[in-house]
Write a protein that binds this ligand. Structure first.
Ligand code: TGC
Ligand code: FAD
Length: 389
């Protein structure tokens, strides 16, 4: 049973239903019992603990907010709380679930044919298949519109050529959702299965961040796939961005978990670390840092609670998600840095989770739209002027 209690200074738990609290507790217990004892070693070795995937599936975390096909059909608050608990352990764990749920199952559910849904969704929900999402290319990250990966129709097949970069779970994925331009220049999604001739997915090794997560290149050299592997309702960048909205939503909650872990670690440490014959928590400058962390976490929680309600009421706009991703990831990045400071030299030790979170958040700051891209998205919304063109 987990000993962790949420950081909840404003008693926001009052706004959760019993079911939402129960789901959070179940994920919290699983993470604390099964994942926490392994994470530091996994991070150091650069491995993801794949043997825990069936346990995660049993909790219903894969495609948790989708309906049917073995998915749990939970609301957005519950999905957010799941992400929070996972990322309290490690951003790599939340990433795994974000990609599987929001970037693989969501597009198949939303843009796929009935056959594609029947074939993939139950397996992905049970963790019997792993997926990845290929949008970013070596030369097109923030600006995916420029992508050069092509899918050319050839009878009842498509032939794919190109490359994707920085793809979470690429090497281990059974199925890749790949975004490519068709001959009429429309960005479209295709399902490319592991082992298809001409398709390879080498791992990108030696990262300093998200080490407990697999990141890969995807290489396509005349990869011939059946025409029915195209997601028939996917048409244009907008549909890729719709998937990103789902994942970005999860990140806004997830990073609060990482920040909570940093805050709790710093708070505990400050009460027991003695300098000048007093616990460092007694020093005004340390108290200021702790209060600042709690204040920032609380503001981020308020954003998420409102965002979750907007999502469930169908009132959410992509720009709302951008503002939350922008605020909350920056918050977590800074909270991790201040926590590291409070721990002094111990802040860099692997005995404490702080520097691992700090390094992880550097990736989270960049992926799913960089911090600056989200600023410009909100800027475009309020001024009506696009800084992108
Ligand atoms: P733009 O003209 O703005 O948009 C094209 C069409 O899409 C609509 N749209 C959106 N729709 C849904 N959701 C959104 N978030 C949307 N943003 C825009 C827009 O209304 C338009 O619709 P229509 O009907 O007029 O056609 O396109 P743009 O080329 O100017 O690009 C805008 C920009 C820069 C915001 C976009 O390209 C962007 O978001 N870039 C960032 C790329 C990104 O986030 N990549 C993420 C890759 S996946 C990843 O990182 C996974 S990490 C995995 C893990 O968790 O481990
Ligand atoms: P660039 O686009 O080259 O940006 C570099 C810098 O320029 C940034 O600071 C950016 O903010 C700034 N910049 C760019 N354009 C503008 C502008 N118009 N105005 C102001 N500043 C600008 N992608 C996937 O498709 N699938 C995945 O599963 C995936 N997983 C990832 C996992 C990890 C660990 C990482 C690190 C990345 C992952 N990505 C994935 C890629 C990620 O989405 C991209 O890294 C991200 O979109 C940014 O692209 P880029 O790295 O090419 O940076």
């Amino acid at each position: 049973m987990s000993k962790f209690n949420s950081v909840d200074y404003y008693m926001l738990d009052d706004w959760l239903t019993d079911e939402e609290k129960m789901i959070r507790q179940a994920v919290r217990n699983y993470v604390d019992e099964s994942f926490m004892p392994l994470i530091e070693e996994c991070y150091m070795k650069g491995e993801f603990p794949f043997h825990l995937v069936p346990g995660l599936a049993e909790l219903g975390v894969f495609g948790s907010s989708l309906q049917g096909y073995g998915c749990a059909g939970l609301n957005s608050m519950a999905y957010g709380l799941i992400c929070q608990e996972l990322e309290r352990a490690d951003s790599g764990l939340r990433s795994f679930v974000s990609v599987q749920s929001s970037l693989v199952m969501y597009p198949i559910h939303t843009f796929g044919s009935e056959e594609q849904k029947e074939k993939w969704l139950p397996k992905l929900a049970k963790g019997e298949a792993i997926g990845c999402f290929g949008l970013t290319e070596p030369d097109f990250g923030s600006n995916p519109t420029g992508m050069i990966t092509r899918a050319k129709k050839d009878g009842d097949h498509y032939i794919i050529n190109g490359a994707k970069m920085w793809i979470t779970n690429g090497t281990v994925a059974d199925v890749a959702v790949v975004w490519a331009k068709t001959e009429d220049d429309v960005i479209t999604a295709f399902l490319v299965e592991k082992g298809t001739p001409g398709f390879s997915a080498p791992e990108i090794k030696n990262k300093h961040s998200l080490r407990a997560s697999i990141t890969s290149e995807l290489i396509f050299q005349d990869v011939r796939i059946p025409a029915e592997n195209m997601l028939p309702k996917s048409k244009g960048l907008k549909h890729a961005l719709m998937c990103l909205n789902q994942a970005r939503y999860g990140i806004t909650w997830g990073v609060i978990g990482a920040a909570m872990d940093c805050y709790e670690t710093a708070l505990d440490y400050s009460k027991t670390r003695i300098q000048f014959d007093k616990p460092i928590a007694s020093f005004q400058m340390v108290q200021e840092k702790l209060v600042w962390m709690l204040n920032e976490i609380t503001k981020a929680q308020l954003i998420c609670f409102r965002l979750g309600k907007l999502k469930d009421e169908g009132k959410i706009r992509p720009e709302h998600v951008s503002m939350a991703k922008m605020n909350n990831v920056k918050m977590a990045r800074e909270v991790a840095m201040v926590a590291r400071e409070i721990l002094g030299a111990n802040g860099v030790a692997s005995e404490y989770p702080v520097m691992r979170h700090m390094n992880n958040i550097e990736s989270v700051f960049t992926y799913e739209g960089t911090h600056d891209i989200h600023i410009l998205t909100v800027g475009r919304d309020i001024t009506g002027i696009s800084a992108f063109i």
